[in-house]
Design a protein around this ligand. Structure first.
Ligand code: APR
Length: 171
């Protein structure tokens, strides 16, 4: 099981092997984490995303799946793009959010990454409530067998940090 750490900060500034991107199925960029990673990482990332769209993911990356590209100018080696579920009051999509974390760790293992930074996937534009997202994220990482040594949750604001810290402290 990976050691879990929390950081209050910007995921694009993390010196880790792999940074997980809260992408959308198009893999062609967006706002939030996605926008920050492409803006700071530079065009190489989008070039590799376009190549993935032209080959393995012609119809886009499905929700809950993960795929790696270069990290371009970021202090990381790879970006692992994953597509979180949009929160729905009527449908329980928890398994898809859990899958984002499991699949990102599986891709990290394929790459040989030993440190991986995760944002709070789906808790921004996709409106997933922070505490529930923190529960799913932490429980999934704790339950996943991986060679990754450190999983670093990088939280962009105090509310997200508090939600994850509370979950880490929970028995
Ligand atoms: N570093 C770390 N966390 C960040 C950063 C950053 N630079 N920027 C935003 N965040 C946080 C947000 O505050 C939120 O808690 O990441 C979390 C996820 O928010 P979003 O980036 O909006 O991602 P998500 O909710 O998964 O929605 C994905 O948004 O940006 C588009 O293209 C993306 O369509 C996709 C959708």
């Amino acid at each position: 099981m990976a050691r879990i750490t929390l950081v209050r900060g910007d995921i694009t500034e993390q010196s880790v092997d792999a940074v997980v991107n809260a992408a959308n199925s198009s893999l062609l960029g967006g706002g939030g984490v996605d926008g920050a990673i492409h803006r700071k990482g530079g065009p190489e990332i989008l070039e590799e995303c376009r190549a993935l769209r032209a080959s393995r993911y012609g119809r886009g990356l499905p929700t809950g799946r993960a795929v790696a590209t270069t990290a371009g100018r970021l202090p990381a080696r790879w970006v692992i793009h994953t597509v979180g579920p949009v929160h729905s009051a009527g449908e329980d999509r928890s398994d898809l959010l859990a899958s984002c974390h499991r699949e990102a760790l599986r891709v990290a293992d394929e790459l040989g990454a030993s440190t991986v930074a995760f944002p709070a996937i789906s808790t921004g534009v996709y409106r997933w409530p922070l505490r529930d997202a923190a529960r799913i994220a932490v429980e999934t990482v704790q339950a996943t067998d991986t060679a990754v040594e450190e999983v670093r949750f990088v939280l962009f604001d105090d509310a997200a940090y508090a939600a994850f810290a509370e979950r880490i402290a929970a028995p």
